[in-house]
Write a protein that binds this ligand. Structure first.
Ligand code: CUK
Ligand code: CUA
Length: 643
């Protein structure tokens, strides 16, 4: 018996018409039933009507071809690197696209016992002041750019839970910088400056808090609460400046001219309860004028708060640094079209996406036009628009959270319709499973948008997979958008919310195969060895320094340079392992049994880990990454003399 869900044809009523959108704003009553009924194949009005039977025949003929287009055979490589947020897991994942195979996990805000991330001395140095925080909530991974194109250098990611931003080095696919953003709570939307290059990473402080949040007075006085827009130097990973706004901030994006950043605000009411937050019919987008902000910092027109020296500019309504564009209603995602013409603002509680014409922003800042004059279109798409992605043929793809659909629509036609022409901008609606949040097209947030694949990150999988208990995976669906019709080709179960992802052509990323000995990731450990008179590449030595013991050893499959070492109970022991293997993929591990000590040492890398030798007796250490036929024998003893 064939499952209904396996055969989308069964619940398609191809005779249902898509309601023609109303251009007078957002007052049109959207019939949820109408949209849902239109289902998977509703093509634009005016297209040749397709009966369910016709579709059934063509769908069957095409089904195998469609699926084959996503198959990557054993031994073959994918065309794109996908960088996936790992949500509440605090990590970033690398997927191969189109196979959707998970290739690697990059621990960032979490701790990871496989690699020792969060346990090793190197990772603790990178985590810095937040090294004691072992959790994170990743949302938005985005790659650095040069002239609006991926440069393959870094991926940046936010931690909403602990107000942090981290940077991943794409030459080794490891986290190399992390900062906690001062003066804000919950760093949410994050993107990069696209043009002329990623000088800045931009991100939003979402939750409103008192400017001086010292708990001394007035905590309940909401009028003192602010959200800040954060501008981070991408190289130094320090906050260059922050901009105080009216309302809160949600998502953000940058233009292709190097002039403007824009952020959505869903709580312009500054409400503290759900009811208060959704009371206004319109919230807004804040547009930030970069040149004016930089000039204000230079001119010293800022204040500082909470005892740190980060410049905070005043970008509230009526200031020269920002403009506020009213948008219906509690808008969420913001996505710049790859031709640089529009910011697409996703209405969330309004069935619309608002297109802001970026070339009108100069006039807006010159006060020649009113904020709403920048709106070039406001197509009505369905219920719960959250995020929009673009192809290279002038089409946009918007996730409809409530309708569980993707709406494909044409940007030019949406603009024409807004100007009163009788055109239907809707091209297709496709059911997705279920409740999509972000979606993303291959290369779609750059000038190189190529219109090949669309990934839709669905928040619920419900019945799409074997039941694994009350906690279900999410469902990342792969859709072929290379033809006129969107075609669903793959269901990809994902654990812990991939809010967002990017798909980068493999030609843009050139990871190393082996570490180089001069890598900055372990430079501080090399310095420490130098101070101890140790040459990491050749020496196997134990350095005693009061209560501290530093054990330096090499590893070459299947042996450590030291088969044993001696310490006293209570010593603070730092084990430094340098992997002399010069062969791709020969990673060693170091694990001290019963001590919670585990780490990875890649070929030609040095890793170190520090612990207290609090158990007297013989303590075995072993290699926990399979490296050789004699991997089991790769172990040694720590003798711990009792106090
Ligand atoms: S947010 Cu999760 S669906 Cu954090 Cu980008 Cu929109
Ligand atoms: Cu070295 Cu296993």
């Amino acid at each position: 018996m064939m499952d209904n869900k396996e055969n989308p044809v069964d619940h398609i009523d191809a005779t249902v018409e898509i309601p023609v959108a109303n251009q007078e704003g957002n007052k049109l009553e959207v019939s949820r039933r109408g949209f849902l009924g239109a289902g998977a194949v509703a093509t634009a009005a005016g297209a040749i009507p397709m009966t369910a039977a016709m579709f059934a025949a063509s769908a069957k003929a095409q089904a195998s071809d469609i699926r084959n287009s996503a198959v990557v055979h054993p031994g073959e490589l994918d065309e794109y690197y996908g960088f996936w947020s790992g949500g509440q897991s605090g990590e970033v994942r690398i997927l191969g696209i189109p196979s959707m195979r998970e290739l690697m996990r990059i621990p960032v805000f979490n701790i990871d016992s496989a690699t020792g991330w969060g346990l090793t001395d190197e990772s603790k140095r990178i985590k810095g002041e937040s090294a004691h925080i072992l959790a994170g909530d990743c949302h938005h991974p985005h790659m650095s750019m040069q002239d609006g194109r991926y440069d393959g250098k870094y991926v940046f990611i936010n931690d909403k839970a602990n107000s942090r931003v981290a940077r991943i080095r794409c030459d080794v696919m490891k986290t190399d910088k992390m900062i906690t953003i001062p003066n804000v709570q919950a760093v949410h939307g994050l993107r990069v400056q696209k043009v002329p290059y990623t000088k800045y990473v931009i991100c939003n402080g979402e939750f409103e808090i008192p400017l001086n949040n010292d708990g001394k007075e007035g905590m309940e006085d909401v009028s003192t609460y602010r959200s800040l827009f954060n501008v981070i130097d991408a190289e130094t990973m320090e906050v260059s400046f922050q901009v105080m706004v009216d309302g809160n901030l949600d998502n953000t994006d940058a233009d292709y001219d190097g002039k403007y950043f824009a952020s959505t605000c869903y709580n312009s009411e500054m409400g503290m309860t759900l009811g208060e937050m959704v009371s206004a019919e319109r919230d807004h987008v804040v547009v930030f004028n970069l040149a004016r902000c930089e000039a204000a910092v230079k001119a010293g027109k800022f204040k500082t708060y909470n005892g740190n020296n980060v410049p905070v500019l005043d970008g509230r309504k009526g200031t020269e640094l920002t403009r506020y564009i009213p948008i219906p209603k509690s808008p969420h995602g913001i996505n710049t079209s790859p031709n640089g013409e529009y910011f697409a603002i996703n209405g969330k509680l309004s069935p619309t996406v608002s297109l802001i014409a970026i070339d009108r922003l100069d006039d807006l800042f010159a006060d020649k036009i009113k904020p709403r004059d920048t709106i070039a279109a406001e197509p009505e798409l369905g219920l719960g628009p959250l995020h929009t992605a673009f192809d290279n043929k002038g089409n946009a793809y918007t996730t409809l959270f409530l309708d569980s659909q993707i709406a494909k629509w044409n940007v030019k036609d949406a603009v024409a319709a807004y100007n009163g022409e009788k055109v239907n901008y809707l091209r297709q609606k496709l059911d997705v499973h279920y409740q999509p949040g972000h979606n993303h097209t291959t290369m779609g947030e750059t000038r190189d948008a190529d219109g090949k694949w669309l990934v839709v990150l669905c928040k619920f999988s419900k019945d799409r997979f074997l039941n694994v208990g009350p906690l279900r995976p999410e469902n990342d669906q792969l859709i072929d958008i290379s033809g006129d019709e969107m075609k669903l080709v793959h269901d990809g179960p994902a654990f812990a919310e991939p809010h967002d992802c990017i798909m980068v052509h493999r030609s843009k990323v050139k990871p190393k195969k082996i570490w180089t000995r001069d890598d900055s990731m372990f430079a501080a450990t090399v310095e420490m060895a130098k101070r101890d008179g140790v040459t990491l590449e050749t020496d196997n030595k134990v350095i005693r320094d009061g209560n501290k013991v530093r054990v330096y050893m090499t590893s070459v499959a299947p042996m450590y340079g030291l088969s044993d070492f001696k310490v006293k109970e209570g010593n603070e022991v730092t084990v430094v392992v340098t992997n002399l293997d010069n062969i791709e993929d020969v990673t060693h591990g170091f694990c001290m049994t019963n001590h919670g000590v585990q780490m990875e040492i890649g070929p030609q890398a040095t890793s170190s880990i520090t612990f207290i030798a609090d158990k007297p007796g013989v303590q075995w250490y072993y290699c926990n990454w399979f490296c050789h036929a004699l991997h089991m024998e790769m172990r040694g003893r720590m003798f711990v003399t009792a106090k």
